[in-house]
Design a protein. Structure first.
Length: 131
């Protein structure tokens, strides 16, 4: 039987140490288990093994396009994926948005991460998606 906490867990690919600490603090305040990874290999291994409730991915990270392709294949294909970017990078990252269930900005994370996590999980459950 799966661990109830796994259904709430957030696995995040956030290369920025300071921002990952901020997101971890927000997740802790929401009562959501949070694991951050900084490499693609760690993300793929932990996503396949732990089956987190949701993946949070920095769309401004180098080589993220290939990472998104791999996340949408194999054992991680069905996991809800919340991408995030910055206001300044929104247009640059726009070609990646359709690979995510939802895309938000860093400001949205600070303002309402709990609501955004719930929303993307509902979208995935209902068969929707997009940003």
């Amino acid at each position: 039987m799966p661990d109830d906490r796994a259904r709430e867990a957030v696995l995040a690919f956030i290369p920025d140490l300071f921002f990952s600490t901020k997101v971890g603090t927000i997740c802790a305040s929401l009562g959501r288990p949070f694991t951050v990874v900084r490499t693609e290999a760690d993300l793929m291994a932990k996503a396949a093994a732990a089956r987190p409730a949701i993946l949070l991915v920095d769309l401004t990270a180098p080589a993220v396009e290939g990472l998104l392709t791999r996340l949408r294949e194999g054992p991680t294909a069905g996991l809800p994926l919340l991408g995030y970017t910055t206001h300044a990078d929104w247009k640059r990252t726009k070609p990646l948005h359709d690979r995510c269930d939802r895309v938000i900005t860093k400001d949205d994370i600070a303002a309402n991460l709990g609501g955004e996590l719930d929303r993307v999980m509902r979208l995935r459950d209902e068969g929707g998606g997009g940003d």
